[in-house]
Design a protein around this ligand. Structure first.
Ligand SMILES: [Cu+2]
Length: 141
């Protein structure tokens, strides 16, 4: 009986439906330099995204202020893969620190975009703001 209960609790904590996906960190794609392979992705709460260092010299980390309250910090090292499980609903801005000024950023939407106003008002470098605003059009408004 105890095992059944533990199994039930585990299944609640980690739903079998949790999906995994990969976004690559690249030097070029479709004529653009220093880019993530996707600029926007929508995932469900509990899903994991791996930011894959397909090319050296990139990392994946949160843009300061660009994530929902309560989310665990993401700070990947340059040249290393990093996986992140999105447990808190909201909009996340994830950047490559070395190429942030060039607009190397990805927008992740996790279910309810509760912090959308915060993201819209966030002070961002010009190229980053342009990419983010373009990608937010794909988010639930
Ligand atoms: Cu980069």
């Amino acid at each position: 009986m105890r095992i059944v209960i533990i199994a039930a609790l585990l299944s609640l904590a980690a739903p079998a439906t949790a999906a995994e996906s990969t976004i690559e960190m690249l030097n070029s794609k479709d004529g653009e330099n220093q880019v993530f392979s996707e600029k926007f992705t929508k995932v469900a709460k509990g899903d994991t995204v791996t930011f894959k260092a397909s090319k050296p010299g990139h990392n994946a980390e949160f843009v300061p202020g660009g994530f929902p309250q309560g989310a665990q910090e993401l700070r990947g090292q340059v040249g290393r893969d990093v996986a992140y499980r999105f447990d808190v609903p909201g909009i996340y801005l994830i950047r490559c620190a070395p190429h942030y000024g060039l607009g190397m950023v990805v927008v992740v939407e996790v279910e309810t975009p509760s912090n959308l106003d915060q993201i819209k008002q966030l002070s961002l470098p010009g190229k980053v703001r342009a990419v983010v605003d373009e990608q937010l059009k794909k988010a639930v408004m």
